[in-house]
Design a binder for this molecule. Structure first.
Ligand code: LLP
Length: 422
């Protein structure tokens, strides 16, 4: 469920009419529903109440400070993947003890900052990284906590770019190597291995792959127990799929009913790292029709949002539902047309939708690209020297700019003219 609905043929976010926001702040514009965001977090927490997991929202999905603060206020921890995200997490007020840090390429500086901050643990992705963490902790005279990220080699049945738990992916450590590392753990004097981590992919719509991965982990945890190795945490990652089109993803409740019995068997404290499940359908991208272009082969609707604003269609051929902010009734304007909705960027890959049935559109119409709350703004760029969009958070009939639109000066702020060209 989300809070984007038509009332009298006008699309609203909560009790705020979206066209009014588009006129006030301009387009392209990201709009998030505060209550949807919090509601999704609470749905997951309630579904798993019986085991009281630590839910660490995955910052990369939508890293705006206000979004992070809203979730942290509800008790969420954060899953980070860089020093930049650590900076955001702390700035948003997240207690360090609720921060977990994954990434195959943590730099020494990033590791040092995270140890100093006192995060809950690193999700370690290789032996080389583990040794580096141990070295840095020794230099700082601290003990670092880590979880070993296991690559369980399961098929999550999602897009190949967002599959992460197969042995051909760069993520995690295979069971055999992980076992060896754990057996030799005493050689690491400044590191404590407190848990195991998996994250098998993203936009996973059924519980079967999770159950398969968790079962493998249960077996592994048993063999470790026999070898006298006791752990505290099992981090099952994120990846819960959402509805973009006609998917029928598992609900939080259904997911819980499938995996809870398995998670109980581990006897460990459970951590989850959902990103998309919480943020995805909490946000939309509002864009305006610039031109209608008819060619011998196609009808193009050219809008003012491009792949720099929302790269998912270009990068993954992802489907996002696109709807007009004003719903037209039956009659002439209600007629549907097959169109390509494209952005202004100089690339043929710059599309938001291809071969899409849309009501008749005209210049100046506003459209909402649905399901853009996760991996929307956070993956946006200044390509073509376009200004990154503004972000607005709506709560009831109130709206708040939580990121101002880039200015022209933002584009060149860090650029320097070498002396010989002055
Ligand atoms: N934990 C780890 C270690 C991850 O790598 C990710 C996402 C998550 C949690 C959160 O996954 P989620 O619950 O959001 O599926 N840009 C792509 C998605 C990339 C996901 C990367 N890792 C997209 O737009 O579909």
């Amino acid at each position: 469920m989300h809070e984007f609905r038509y009332k009298n043929n006008r699309l609203f976010c909560e009790n705020t009419e979206l066209e009014a926001l588009a006129r006030k702040f301009g387009t392209p514009l990201y709009v998030y529903s505060y209550h949807t965001l919090v509601d999704h977090f609470l749905k997951l927490r309630n579904a798993f109440r019986a085991i009281d997991p630590l839910i660490c929202y995955s910052v990369k999905a939508n890293s705006n400070l206000a979004v992070l603060r809203a979730l942290v206020r509800q008790g969420s921890g954060l899953d980070i993947v860089s020093g930049g995200e650590l900076f955001r997490a702390l700035k948003a007020g997240c207690p360090a003890k609720k921060i977990v840090y994954a990434s195959v390429g943590k730099t020494s500086r990033e590791i040092e900052e995270a140890i100093r901050a006192g995060i809950l643990f690193f999700n370690v992705e290789s032996l080389a990284e583990l040794e580096n963490i141990d070295r840095i902790a020794r230099r700082l005279n601290k003990k670092a906590r880590v979880a070993i990220r296991i690559n369980p080699d399961v098929e999550p049945k999602t897009h190949k770019y967002i599959t992460t738990g197969k042995l051909t992916n760069k993520f995690g450590i295979d069971f055999t190597s992980a076992r060896q590392i754990l057996l030799l753990r005493n050689a690491l004097t400044h590191t404590r291995i407190t848990g195991l981590h998996i994250h098998i992919g993203s936009q996973i719509t059924e519980s079967v792959p999770y159950a398969a991965a968790i079962k493998k982990m249960i077996g592994f945890i048993e063999t470790l127990k026999k070898a006298g190795i006791r752990l505290e945490y099992l981090n099952i990652g994120g990846g819960l799929g959402i509805v973009y089109d006609r998917e029928t993803p598992q609900t939080a409740k259904k997911f819980a009913s499938q995996v809870l019995p398995l998670l109980r068997k581990t006897g460990l404290k459970i951590i989850m790292e959902p990103g998309r499940f919480i943020a995805g359908n909490s946000g939309i991208l509002v864009t305006r029709v610039l031109y209608i272009k008819n060619t011998p082969r196609k009808k193009f609707v050219i809008v003012d949002a491009g792949m720099n604003d929302l790269i998912r269609p270009a990068l993954y051929e992802a489907f996002h539902n696109i709807v007009p902010l004003r719903q037209v009734g039956q009659g002439m304007r209600g007629k549907s047309r097959l169109v390509d909705i494209v952005g202004p960027i100089c690339e043929s890959g710059d599309f938001l939708a291809k071969e899409r049935m849309m009501p008749e559109l005209k210049e100046g119409d506003y459209l909402a690209v649905m399901g853009a709350g996760a991996y929307g703004f956070s993956m946006s760029s200044n390509y073509n020297s376009r200004l990154r969009a503004a972000e607005v958070l709506v709560s009831g009939n109130k709206n708040f700019v939580i990121r101002a639109r880039d200015s022209r000066n933002d584009l060149v702020r860090n650029e320097r003219m070498p002396g010989f060209l002055r």
